[in-house]
Design a protein around this ligand. Structure first.
Ligand code: C2E
Ligand code: MG
Ligand code: MG
Length: 623
């Protein structure tokens, strides 16, 4: 709240009180009394002169400062108590601008509310102001402005609430400050932040922007744990002092008003609020100043301590920003600063945030999406390179997301693995794919049936009873085990011991084939793989890419694949090449000895009815 000396200013339009009085006098048809200059503000009810006299006497004798104003906010009459409050003869206050006398113009919200009462759109304004008494001391007052009963004027009364205010202020200080660092606490910080956001929307003179440095000390817990809470508290207090100095220095150079608010939000978290910020440069400079300041070691209790801080920096326009929104952004940015290696500041990045939000949104809705049936399967043929006939299909899951459209597995499988939803999703895929394969088999009893190849994530092996699930699903659907293939990545089976190895063995014993997916992207340890119950190797697409150009063949690629295929065959494994896109690639893979191919050359992944059409047409793979 701003402190203002009470004086007779020109009003906000720049008119002098005298000039205003002139026009008001003419408009109201009221006359200024001669001699003592006393006016008759309460006049009009001449028929009730006695009552009026009492009213006036009470007005004059009242200990509460009061003034009657006209609808332009100019004083028509002021009582002696009011004169005493502002240190002027009440008669000399006539035609003065009341808002100047009681500091109603300094706060845009108060000013707007005051104008509403003057023009009759509101019944009352009550606000607290701090005025400077003529003897120099400050007084806290409650100013009430309300229409004068039965009159056209407005009554302004001023109640001295200094004692109450001081007591409340002391209580509030205790409530709103952190006892360790003496900085404003979380409650006060949020109050100031909300106030700053509101003011920025009202204040045309400001930049309309707001900035925040949200910082967390790296390794503070270790100090607390090893040296005790007393040293921890002293360190926090010393950090607070350095932050205050940074905020003051930066504030001095700031455009609008000096000093930014430094608060302790809890634990080892601090925030510096920059009202009326000028842009990200200003915040970046402040954040760097904080990092530099904290880099110097602290000498406490005979110990030399070093800490660093991670800082999330957010700077944006105030309009449309909420306190919660700003804090969330700051929190996310602080997390990035930590994630990026600590001891640094990081600026909020809307794109990185959108990515995070989408990840979060997807992750949290994965599980219910399985129940809501938002997933579907497409199938991509696995084709014999020798005869060009489809032998099986790989089931590939898609998410028909109500908000984001159809999502490819690359967008959500890793998330499902992270949060465990893969177990449920994987079970659904397995069940759906087996049902489908059995349906195709029944619909085409004469021919060689298609097998279905299902991707299995490592977590499914660890966190669910995959063997029991597979056995149950095969029994339920009636699909022969030889028509099911499970694809696991190299990393999932490498180092298999105990449970995963037993599971693979049990599945293999059941007659289910195990394939290693994306072979070549991991350890590529064929000798090791040969000791596991694996029967198929799916060569990663990157090997096949090198085969693309007929004119510039890369002999090294070809030699590696040739050697791999030969070795795999010697170990009893069959080889499928992924990502076969051209006839040349297919031909060279065939020559090298690859058994099957999968890729756009034959077909993109397609809906199940397209696979049925392929079967009906005698397995030509151009669906
Ligand atoms: P993957 O098992 O290696 O599947 C092959 C991927 O290569 C598929 O991508 C397929 O559309 C794509 N592809 C096929 N032919 C070509 C080609 O000629 N050129 C190129 N450039 N790409 C080709 P998709 O469907 O996006 O699947 C990506 C990955 O998501 C799969 O890779 C698999 O690791 C995973 N995935 C898919 N469905 C499931 C599932 O049900 N469970 C689990 N755990 N993972 C799945
Ligand atoms: Mg696969
Ligand atoms: Mg693959």
């Amino acid at each position: 709240m701003r402190e203002r000396a009470v004086s007779g200013h020109p009003d906000s339009t720049g008119r002098t009180p005298g000039a205003t009085l002139q026009s008001v006098t003419e408009r109201d048809g009221r006359t200024k009394a001669s001699g003592g200059g006393r006016r008759r503000p309460l006049g009009r009810c001449d028929d009730n002169a006695a009552g009026l006299a009492d009213y006036r006497a009470a007005f004059q004798a009242a200990r509460m400062p009061m003034a009657v104003l006209n609808r332009d906010g100019l004083v028509l009459a002021a009582n002696p108590a009011f004169g005493e409050l502002v240190g002027t003869d009440p008669d000399d206050l006539v035609a003065a601008t009341a808002a100047d006398l009681t500091d109603l113009g300094a706060d845009p919200r108060v000013w707007t509310a005051y104008r509403e009462v003057l023009c009759g759109r509101s019944d009352r304004l009550r606000c607290t102001r701090r005025l400077k008494h003529p003897d120099g001391h400050s007084v806290w007052v409650e100013v009430t402005v309300e229409p004068q009963m039965g009159e056209d004027g407005v009554l302004l009364s001023v109640d001295d609430i200094s004692d109450r205010h001081d007591l409340l202020a002391r209580l509030r200080h205790l409530q709103m400050h952190d006892p360790v660092t003496r900085l404003p606490n979380r409650a006060l910080f949020f109050e100031r932040l909300s106030g700053a956001l509101e003011t920025a929307a009202f204040e045309p003179a400001g930049t309309g922007r707001i900035g925040l440095c949200y910082l967390d000390l790296d390794g503070f817990k270790a100090v607390n744990d090893t040296l005790g809470h007393r040293v921890g508290d002293r360190l926090l207090s010393a950090v607070a002092q350095r932050l205050l100095r940074c905020a003051e220095t930066a504030g001095d150079r700031g455009p609008a008003h000096g000093g930014h608010l430094v608060a302790r939000l809890g634990g080892d978290e601090f925030a510096i609020l920059v009202e009326d910020s000028t842009g990200t440069d200003q915040l970046a400079e402040l954040a760097q100043c904080v990092l530099d300041a904290l880099q110097r070691p602290f000498d406490l209790a005979g110990q030399r301590l070093s800490v660093s801080a991670s800082i999330g920096v957010v700077e944006r326009t105030a309009s449309g920003t909420t306190a919660t929104g700003l804090m969330q952004a700051a929190d996310t940015t602080l997390f990035w600063a930590k994630e990026d290696g600590k001891a640094r500041w990081t600026l909020f990045d809307p794109e990185r945030n959108a990515h995070r939000m989408t990840r979060q949104a997807l992750s949290s809705t994965l599980r219910p999406a399985v129940d809501r049936g938002e997933f579907t399967l497409e199938y991509q043929p696995l084709v014999g390179l020798g005869d060009g006939r489809a032998q099986g299909v790989e089931a590939l899951v898609r998410w028909r997301h109500p908000q984001f459209g159809t999502l490819s597995p690359n967008r959500f499988i890793a998330l499902a693995e992270e949060n465990g939803a893969i177990v449920e999703l994987g079970r659904w895929v397995l069940e759906r794919a087996c049902h489908q394969a059995r349906a195709w088999q029944l619909a085409h009893p004469g021919g060689q049936p298609l097998f279905v190849s299902v991707n299995v994530a490592v977590r499914q092996v660890w966190d669910s009873d995959l063997v029991a699930d597979v056995a149950g699903i095969l029994a339920e659907t009636g699909l022969p085990p030889r028509l099911l293939q499970l694809e696991l990545t190299e990393s999932a089976v490498m180092g298999s011991a105990g449970r995963p190895l037993q599971a693979l063995q049990a599945l293999s014993d059941m007659g289910v084939r195990i394939a290693i997916d994306d072979f070549g992207t991991g350890y590529s340890n064929l000798a090791y793989l040969s000791r596991l119950p694996v029967s198929v190797l799916k060569l990663d697409g990157s090997f096949v890419h090198g085969f693309r150009s007929q004119e510039h063949p890369n002999p090294a690629d070809e030699m590696i694949v040739e050697a791999l295929v030969a070795l795999a065959h010697r170990l009893g494994l069959t080889v499928t090449a992924e990502c076969v896109e051209s006839a040349e690639q297919a031909e060279r893979l065939r020559r090298i000895g690859c058994d099957t191919g999968q890729g756009w050359l034959y077909s993109r992944p397609v809906a199940p009815d397209r696979v049925a059409a392929l079967l009906d047409a005698g397995r030509r793979t151009d669906c």
